[in-house]
Design a protein around this ligand. Structure first.
Ligand code: AMP
Ligand code: MG
Length: 344
């Protein structure tokens, strides 16, 4: 299959491309498209066969349910059972990088929910995503548009690298603004539970819902996550990766980088702007200023994929404290590194 890549300008959206994408979705085909979090691999969320293609194309484990993307609150009420008052409060964050899990309605094919009785819903803010869902006029099931296990794609080139020849269309809207996936909150039971941290942090959600809790697995790495997707090896670059956190992180990275270089390895360094000059002898990508975690989340997946393209053997990365957005970033980084982390 030939994969077309069509550019769309967010400020002046090319309706023909949106129409083309929506037609493909309605016919049961797959379309990759930008959202504010990462690029999604979209299919009609009401068509079980189309959703099956998502699982095959991504090589996604069958027990990992999909998020349905909507373009209006009205759409939500056709897809879910009860919507609690708490969920209505969080709806003020829609459109945006927040996914809520509800009891599902009969309309939803089993494959979307991996056989479960709950469904995850998001109302994205990105204008291109919004126009595509509106034009298709059906909820779009869309996990990240990568091969399962790889870092999520944050631009059309990264989608093409993974899915070329496998899907008919990639809508190219430039880099995703946020760069990490949505916050997932289970609203289907009495106590709202954060299953995956994202742009909206625990600290932020707690200001709206003081009784919100974190899934056990987000507090203790040894616990089994409630959200199936969180248990898999994830976001992994081809290179081996190790994370360092603490005041002496940079010194330790410096020592190991030289050690590895002497062993003939190509070393990639991910660190903050103020430290980058130290690593002139290595391939480096900057995480920006340590005070700007938004930039760090924006660049993280892009950087991991860039490291792979450079052919580095080992990535040494500086991590951050697991507070606020730092928790969401470290949730991704630890999975990327298969838990290989050193606190100094
Ligand atoms: P992604 O592949 O990036 O779209 O990730 C979707 C995330 O949402 C995965 O971690 C899924 O396990 C999670 N998810 C989707 N549907 C549900 C659901 N019904 N209950 C709990 N988690 C869900
Ligand atoms: Mg994913």
């Amino acid at each position: 299959m030939k994969t077309l890549v069509k550019k769309v300008n967010r400020e002046n959206i090319n309706k023909d491309v949106i129409k083309h994408g929506a037609e493909l979705i309605k016919k049961g085909e797959l379309v990759a498209f930008p959202t504010e979090t990462v690029y999604g691999l979209g299919a009609s969320g009401l068509n079980g066969r189309a959703c099956e293609k998502i699982f095959k194309t991504k090589n996604r484990p069958a027990d990992n349910p999909l998020i349905l993307h909507i373009s209006s609150i009205d759409m939500l009420y056709t897809l879910v059972g009860e919507v609690r008052e708490d969920a209505k409060k969080l709806m003020h964050l829609w459109p945006g990088p927040l996914t809520m899990v509800f009891k599902k309605s009969k309309l939803i094919p089993d494959i979307v929910t991996a056989g479960g009785d709950t469904v995850a819903i998001r109302f994205p803010e990105d204008r291109i995503a919004h126009e595509l869902i509106k034009e298709a006029n059906i909820p779009i099931a869309a996990p990240s548009a990568n091969i399962s296990g790889r870092p999520s794609p944050t631009n059309a080139e990264d989608v093409y690298y993974d899915l070329e020849g496998k899907i008919p269309l990639i809508i190219d809207g430039g880099p995703s603004n946020i760069g990490i996936e949505s916050t997932v909150i289970d609203m289907s039971e009495e106590i709202p539970t954060i299953l995956r941290p994202g742009f909206y942090t625990y600290e932020y959600i707690r200001e709206i819902l003081p009784h919100v809790i974190l899934d056990d697995a987000l507090v203790d790495d040894k616990k089994i996550p409630k959200s199936p997707g969180q248990k898999y090896r994830h976001y992994a670059p081809k290179a081996q990766m190790k994370i360092f956190v603490g005041f002496e992180a940079s010194d330790r990275i410096y020592d190991i980088a030289n050690e590895q270089k002497n062993l003939g390895k190509k070393v990639g360094i991910l660190t903050f702007e103020d430290k980058i000059d130290r690593f002139k002898d290595f391939y480096t990508i900057s995480f920006g200023q340590k005070s700007d975690l938004r930039y760090m989340s924006h660049i993280l997946f892009t950087a991991l994929r860039q490291m792979d393209r450079e052919g580095v053997d080992i990535i040494l990365a500086e991590g951050v404290n697991e507070k606020n957005l730092g928790k969401s970033i470290m949730n991704r980084m630890k999975k990327s590194a298969s838990g290989n982390i050193e606190y100094l």
